[in-house]
Design a protein around this ligand. Structure first.
Ligand code: HEC
Length: 117
């Protein structure tokens, strides 16, 4: 219950995204990943490149693609990272479900090809 309006916004954005990509036929796992991407675009984009394409600008954090490709990056490792305090990255108090969605999205970058940017 940290940001109810943000959650609604995320749901609307995810809906728009699925409508525009035709992903509405995808299963729950795909929906979860789309939700993770949506959350990342709202909460993480300011400091991280979240997709596969490089983006102009300066980012203080590592690109999620690079994070995904580190062998040490696993679901549990990301969960620990996101729930702990850091020196340079603010603690983002995500709901558990938001956190697992973002983690699913980051891990999906490990694989080849994704329909999401
Ligand atoms: C205000 C800037 C900022 C925001 C917002 C931010 N991060 Fe970060 N993030 C950083 C910085 C800086 C680092 C590098 C920290 C370090 O190496 O100690 C980092 C590192 C990371 C890492 C790498 C951990 C590793 O093993 O190297 C992950 C994963 C990560 N962030 C996820 C996220 C997610 C998910 C979000 C959004 C929910 C997010 N960050 C939002 C600044 C940010």
């Amino acid at each position: 219950m940290t940001a109810p309006s943000g959650a609604v916004h995320a749901a609307v954005l995810a809906g728009l995204l699925m409508a525009s990509t035709g992903a509405s036929t995808a299963g729950p796992a795909e929906d979860h990943r789309v939700r993770g991407w949506t959350i990342a675009t709202q909460l993480c984009r300011q400091c991280h490149v979240i997709g596969r394409a490089s983006q102009p600008g300066a980012f203080v954090g590592p690109a999620f693609l690079r994070v995904a490709q580190m062998p040490s990056t696993t679901g549990p490792a990301l969960a620990v990272f996101l729930q702990s305090h850091h020196k340079r990255m603010p603690s983002l108090r995500l709901e558990r479900e938001e956190m697992t969605a973002v983690i699913d999205y980051i891990l999906s970058l490990k694989g080849a090809g994704t329909p999401l940017p």
